[in-house]
Design a binder for this molecule. Structure first.
Ligand code: UDP
Ligand code: MG
Length: 328
């Protein structure tokens, strides 16, 4: 195996069906990184794209030795892709950025400045989100505030995966064994010196969101269950409240039976109450199932992702050959 000198910066870019933007992303990243005038590497993680994303990135690799492509064997998800990029990174500081250019690479020098000042994490905080539907904006707003109220970790609101992290933080996160990875939560959880850098979130450069509602809900569940047990306590609380209310109601029913001659009517209300409480019970059971499912996934201990291949340009090929030749 050849060894390369560790670059100053690594850029981790997860990409899933991003053929419309990937060339532009590569161009802008390369521009910013060359302007920063330090050795760098760009790691594209192709998360099982079904379009030409992989071929396009492989082309960049063939002409540019700073680019590496990690091809997954199938789609493992955004968080797995970022984890893979972080694990394969060699830089002293690691930038994480989405492939769709919603987060401006031009902010990198500002993030790096904070790093040079001694911060271990400089995360982008969105002050505005352009070109996203009202539903997405509202749900995102609700999501971040809800998660904050549900968890004990200090998760900064309006913060995505766009950030710079120091090697130490990256190593700390790489060592965490959990499989349901809510990375922005883990970054907060590991601590270190962190600082926010504000920016405006742009519209997607091209293509469509890869986070449909279904993925957003499962993402939210991951976030909550990874960092909070509060929902489990909800069951106890709701159960307790219902018991108290029913007990009081029962006393009232006994009173009616023994001390008044009112006839007790209304099976409809009885059915309504039964259905209502059954609904709550099922919901809480499902909630517990979410946690148990996650325990099961952790126990199975399957890898977070499977790498099909890694593509990069052989650097100093000739030099390597020379070194490998037996010396007489
Ligand atoms: N992504 C991925 N795997 C997935 C879904 C998304 O690697 O299963 C990548 C995607 O290519 C993009 C980033 O994760 O670089 C964020 O996705 P997207 O922009 O679609 O999400 P949004 O910004 O709409 O929340
Ligand atoms: Mg996006």
């Amino acid at each position: 195996m050849k060894t390369r000198l560790a670059p100053t910066y690594s850029v981790v870019v997860p990409a899933f069906n991003e053929q419309e933007v990937i060339a532009e992303t590569y161009k802008r990243l390369t521009k910013v990184m060359t302007d920063m005038a330090e050795p760098y590497e760009i790691i594209f993680v192709n998360d099982g794209s079904r379009d030409n994303t992989a071929q396009l990135i492989a082309e960049f690799c063939s002409s540019d030795s700073s680019v590496r492509l990690i091809n997954f064997s199938r789609n493992f998800g955004h968080m797995a892709a970022i984890s893979a990029g972080m694990e394969h990174s060699r830089g002293l500081a690691i930038f994480v950025i989405d492939a769709d250019l919603q987060d401006p690479p031009e902010l990198f020098p500002k993030l790096a400045e904070k790093w040079r000042e001694g911060y271990h994490v400089a995360y982008g905080k969105r002050t505005k989100r352009k070109g996203e539907s009202i539903f997405k904006r509202l749900s995102a707003r609700f999501f971040y505030r809800f998660i904050r109220s549900m968890t004990s970790v200090d998760l900064p609101p309006d913060t995505g995966e766009f950030r710079l992290i120091d090697r130490k933080v990256c190593d700390a996160i790489n060592k965490l064994p959990e499989k349901s990875r809510y990375i922005r939560g883990l970054v907060s959880w590991v601590g270190f010196k962190q600082v926010a850098v504000e920016y405006v979130r742009e519209e997607r450069f091209a293509g469509v969101t890869k986070y449909p509602l279904r993925k957003m809900i499962s993402f939210a569940m991951d976030a909550i269950t990874s960092f909070s047990h509060k929902p489990l306590k909800l069951a106890t609380l709701v159960g307790f409240l219902i018991s108290v209310l029913s007990f009081v109601y029962m006393l009232y029913v006994f009173y009616q039976v023994f001390f008044t001659d009112q006839t007790i009517t209304g099976w409809a209300s009885t059915v309504a109450i039964i259905l209502f409480t059954q609904g709550i019970v099922l919901m809480l059971l499902g909630l517990m199932g979410e946690y148990i499912g996650r325990i099961y996934t952790e126990l199975q201990n399957r890898p977070l992702y499977i790498v099909q291949e890694i593509i990069e340009k052989e650097e100093n090929e000739q030099a390597d050959d020379r070194n490998n030749k037996p010396t007489k």
